[in-house]
Design a protein around this ligand. Structure first.
Ligand SMILES: Nc1ncnc2c1ncn2[C@@H]1O[C@H](COP(=O)(O)OP(=O)(O)OP(=O)(O)O)[C@@H](O)[C@H]1O
Ligand SMILES: [Mg+2]
Length: 671
């Protein structure tokens, strides 16, 4: 009941209105009474509608999350000795409460949140007892009841706000959820986060402006809430926002949490007074150690009892941060700061409030059964099937690929330019022997450069990967779904690129002019691009950093070019490169088969001396007597011959599948 009351008052605060409040928010009087009552009436109706649509958000099972003995140890970068970055922290947050995690930069907020959310921290050693309802939940149960909103939450810029929520919902719950029910849930969340008016605006890409930073954060939170979590962890949901936008984010979040009895734990940096007062509880950390845990209203009395009463007109959050910030003190060459900090920490540990907290944590654990206890989880909504998840991901990638020019648009333009450039540089080559070297060069350059340009796919896949990591952590889908859908969505555009590129450059350059030769060429170019893109997927999965993956893709392409048989003919290539790299270099198969396609079935005229008409043939062949070169003579230089295209296509498919499976393995292992 209390939560409902609190909500009613919160919901009437216009976001952005940063007046100062104490404790729970109370309505401001900035409008006339009639205006206010009319507004309240429409809100009441909205709220009622929203309450039904918010049914799936309502928490009836999770009463509390508690933790004790949370200690995270790392190896100190300077001294190489173990160092606790989170040191013996405990706390308890109950249903319907929103708790702030505050402290100076580097004090361990993100680390603690990760431990509480049962996510990897990268630390050497993690000791922690984290309990739900006083019992230890299974990993799967915990994952289904919680979600984590990252500091820089990955959103897909090309989607609209509504689409973002729709896809999140489709990934989270079965396609058998009635359409109207899904739409109602989405509308309710859009309303709850004040996003109704932006519903059809895109989130925003580097080239197309979308919604504001604060709205983006709200979309990030709303899209996680559509998966019906009971416990929500947020890492600095307001970083980079001004105080009005920060207030909006937290107050909307508070509204939803209060209405639905959810648990919210959010780290926050320097909130304004009004934002600070939106929280129920505060956990104050400094250098990994707890300095205070309890109701926000109790923090001033606690520090007053230590003789450090917050001045009347000072933002309490700012005051606290300054008080516990040892770096700040160091900047002021204050050597006593450290010992004063330790003293305050000891005073907290010895305080009655700290003791009460320990007792409360123990009590909850005793009631819940601790490690031996069982957490009752409500029957989760039915999850979508594999085909349905893949279809949803395909649909989402499809929207992204036609709206976001970075995905394919730029590459289309680039390949078009390349086709025109190549077709006009290697323009209308004749069947004179002087064309043989240019033709060979064009085959090598075309296939190698096309493959090289797959680096342009790195940013797009990086975005998909980040999205995957986030959604995977929240239990939405696995690497299998990502790899399958990513492969399928790439096939049509890559085929189109191969076809368009060839339509221009193949005929402009005058490669062997038959329809079958043309389509064989298109096939090899297509396989080339598929393999190149699969390589990008593998390397970017391994090293999800723009610069590293760009450098590695470029390096790998350089290597494949060097050993594909053009630069050094296979017969001359040294054994190391031949046996270690040459045979699984996809560019070898592309180059070889394009060469066979051009030369195996064509003849070229040799040159004749001007004076005596003597015949000079660049390549020996069976037709030397007719002063012509059989194309096979060119292929003999490379030990190439026709008759194994089927096998080579099979090998190419194997290489492509190999890259994809390896990428899948990497993503699975990196969990
Ligand atoms: N795996 C690790 N190995 C070594 N040190 C680490 C590791 N992870 C974090 N740290 C250090 O631990 C401290 C706490 O990091 P954390 O990211 O939790 O701080 P934070 O409070 O979230 O900071 P911010 O407010 O800047 O986000 C930092 O000093 C950080 O450098
Ligand atoms: Mg952090």
């Amino acid at each position: 009941m209390q939560s409902l009351l609190t909500f009613t008052s919160t919901s009437t605060i216009p976001p952005g209105h940063t007046h100062t409040m104490a404790g729970t928010a109370s309505p401001p009087s900035y409008t006339t009474d009639t205006e206010q009552s009319a507004r309240n009436q429409t809100r009441a109706i909205d709220v009622e509608k929203g309450t039904v649509a918010e049914e799936h958000l309502r928490n009836t099972t999770v009463q509390s999350i508690s933790w004790r003995n949370v200690t995270v140890t790392v190896k100190d970068r300077e001294t190489k000795l173990p160092k606790a970055i989170v040191d013996n922290v405990e706390g308890i947050v109950e249903a319907g409460e929103i708790c702030a995690l505050m402290g100076p930069s580097g004090c361990g907020k993100t680390t603690l949140l990760n431990v509480l959310a049962s996510r990897p921290t990268g630390a050497a050693k993690v000791d922690a007892t984290v309990l739900v309802n006083g019992a230890k939940p299974s990993k799967a149960a915990f994952r289904s009841m919680s979600c984590f909103v990252e500091q820089e939450d990955a959103l897909i810029g090309a989607l609209t706000v509504r689409e973002t929520l729709t896809f999140a919902s489709r990934l989270a719950s079965t396609s058998r959820l009635p359409k109207r029910e899904r739409a109602a849930r989405i509308d309710a969340l859009l309303d709850a986060f004040g996003l109704g008016e932006q519903a059809d605006t895109i989130v925003g890409t580097p080239l197309r402006k979308g919604i504001s930073g604060g709205q983006k954060r709200r979309v990030g939170v709303a899209s996680q809430l559509i998966t019906s979590p009971r416990i929500i962890f947020l890492d600095e949901p307001t970083s980079g926002l001004d105080s009005a936008a920060s207030f909006e984010v937290i107050s909307y979040l508070r509204g939803v949490a209060k209405r639905n009895n959810l648990i919210v734990i959010a780290s926050i940096h320097q909130p304004s007074t009004s934002t600070f007062n939106l929280f129920d509880k505060l956990l104050l950390l400094s250098s990994g150690k707890p300095h205070f845990f309890g109701p926000v209203s109790a923090v001033s009395p606690h520090y007053a009892s230590l003789g450090r009463e917050p001045p009347l007109h000072v933002n309490p959050a700012e005051f606290l941060l300054e008080l516990v910030n040892v770096d700040f003190a160091r900047g002021h060459r204050d050597s006593g700061a450290r010992s004063r900090l330790d003293e305050m920490q000891r005073a907290w540990a010895a305080s009655s409030r700290a003791k009460e907290l320990s007792a409360a944590v123990v009590r909850v654990e005793r009631l819940g059964g601790g490690a031996g206890g069982e957490v009752v989880v409500e029957a989760a909504e039915k999850r979508p099937s594999l085909p349905s998840l893949v279809l949803t991901l395909l649909h989402r990638s499809f929207i992204k690929s036609y709206r976001d020019v970075v995905v394919y648009g730029i590459r289309f333009a680039m390949y078009f330019g390349l086709a025109v450039m190549m077709g006009t540089v290697w323009l209308r080559l004749s069947t004179d022997q002087s064309s043989i070297i240019p033709l060979t060069n064009a085959i090598f350059y075309g296939s190698a450069f096309m493959s090289f340009m797959a680096v342009a796919y790195v940013p797009a896949f990086l975005e998909d990967r980040q999205q995957y990591v986030k959604e995977h952590h929240n239990g939405l889908y696995s690497a299998t779904h990502l790899i399958i859908s990513n492969f399928l969505i790439g096939v049509p555009p890559l085929f189109l690129i191969s076809l368009l590129f060839s339509l221009l450059s193949y005929w402009l350059s005058n490669f062997r002019p038959t329809a079958s030769a043309f389509f064989v060429w298109v096939l090899w170019l297509f396989l080339d691009l598929l393999a190149a893109e699969s390589l990008v997927v593998l390397l970017t999965s391994l090293f999800p950093s723009f610069v590293i993956s760009l450098a590695l893709v470029a390096f790998a392409n350089g290597l494949w070019m060097s050993v594909d048989g053009f630069m050094v003919p296979p017969g001359t290539l040294n054994v190391f490169y031949k046996y270690v790299f040459h045979y699984w270099d996809y560019q070898k198969y592309v180059f070889e088969n394009m060469m066979i396609n051009e030369f195996a079935y064509r003849t070229y005229e040799c040159a004749r001396g001007v004076v005596d008409g003597e015949c000079f043939c660049m390549f020996p062949s069976a037709l030397a007597g007719e002063c012509r070169i059989a194309g096979q003579g060119v292929l003999d230089q490379y030990n190439y011959g026709p008759g194994h295209m089927g096998k080579d296509v099979g090998i190419m498919m194997g290489i492509i599948a190999g890259y994809r499976i390896a990428a899948w393995g990497v993503l699975m292992l990196r969990k």
